[in-house]
Design a protein around this ligand. Structure first.
Ligand code: CA2
Length: 146
């Protein structure tokens, strides 16, 4: 069965504990449960991981090459800074969809730049936790038509 890696970056382990007006009320556990449920409906499976460390995220992206057909990535603030994560995604040549809970384009200008967008199949932002479900739907469609 097609497997997708759901990878969350720094501070996203704090979801649901603070700033619900920005990131919603769902916890990371809620988000991961939504992903498992959505994947089941789409005939896929997901593995969920989160790290606050850039190098660990890079290792997880490298490891995905041998076990996953695609990646849903919310790299948190590394989105706006990390050429290393961009290179890691480019190196594995897996379809990646960039997800953000908030609409990064309506926020501070430093959040408008994404180093990941240029190696992403697409970007989904502003729909809260539902964005992960949309990303899984888009990956399912991509993987069956490409
Ligand atoms: O909107 C998103 O999903 C972000 O990737 C979230 C990042 C932010 O740096 C990006 O610009 C946009 C921050 C995640 C922090 O998450 C927290 C959640 C609850 C409490 C504190 C932080």
């Amino acid at each position: 069965m097609t497997s997708i890696l759901i990878l969350n970056g720094p501070n996203l382990n704090l979801l649901g504990t603070r700033q619900p007006e920005v990131y919603g009320a769902a916890t990371l556990e809620d988000v991961e449960r939504m992903c498992h449920d959505a994947a089941k409906t789409l005939g896929m499976t997901v593995e969920c991981a989160q790290s606050n460390h850039e190098g660990i995220l890079i290792d997880q992206i490298h490891a995905a090459k041998s076990s996953h057909a695609g990646i849903v990535l919310n790299a948190g603030a590394y989105t706006h800074t990390s050429i290393a994560l961009m290179d890691a995604i480019a190196s594995v040549e897996l379809p990646m969809i960039e997800v953000h809970l908030s609409n990064i384009h309506r926020r501070e200008t430093f959040r408008h730049k994404s180093f990941l967008a240029q190696v992403a199949l697409g970007q989904i932002c502003g729909f809260g936790a539902f964005g992960y479900v949309l990303a899984l739907q888009a990956l399912a469609k991509h993987l069956t038509t490409s």
